[in-house]
Design a protein around this ligand. Sequence first.
Ligand SMILES: [Zn+2]
Length: 288
Amino acid sequence: MKILAIDIGGTKFSMALFDEDRMTRRETRRTDREGGREWMLGQIREIASGWLREKEAAACGIGFGGPVDYAAQRVALSTHVGGWQDFDLTGWVARELRLPAVMDNDANVGALGEAAYGAGRGFDPLFYVTVSTGIGGGIVRAGEVWRGADSYAGEIGHLTVRPEGPECLCGARGCLERMCCGLWLERDYGRPAHELLRDPEFVRRYVVDLALGLKAAIMLLNPARIVIGGGISKAGEALFGPLRTELRRQITSWSRARIDVVPAELGDDSVLWGALALARSRMGENGT
Ligand SMILES: [Zn+2]
């Protein structure tokens, strides 16, 4: 059974084709922010039509880089690319690609990918954080994403860590995303995150804010493991060592909640694998 997986991000987007548990095709392209939604849909149609013959795939899973109303299966909006507000993306896939589709925000889908196929296997509950262009989070409990009452659980990116800090794209001040995501690091310091994180002095300051965000997740959820994905997780032990030390310093003294924080195992593909898991679980629900 073949499943089409789509990961739509603010900087790049990726697509993959899975045949059972094997990824048989994969393609990544840069997101043209000026091109907006229509450009992106054209790209998806082009790649998919090159891969799929009539009725070859059974379903499509999608991770979208922005808030998604899961129950209604609609994109709420994209904070990075225009034209997505209240868009029926799964309806578009059903019409244009003739595939039943299911979608969630990319952090929830990445969480599912790491829980099912990556660094989160055997760790329940799992908290996944993606630190890339923006910051998102996802909670997986007993193999399923825990979305809360309105699909907005896990949004760790907009926890306030610096109340007097600089203004975030959301309008609030000092959000975790504003202090720690790739987009703002580059704007604030004039160098890309992967360069900044090679400097131990920079890392020592950076992990203070990142740990303030993760501390909230540990105190609220007591996760069995926290998996960090996104570009910034590639900094390796140079980041994760100081981060664990800082978390140990910050976590309330009497708390025996574990501090198990590791990089994503699936690298750039957490969301693609999660889209596979999401599509499969939705097909199971529908009895198909
Ligand atoms: Zn914010």
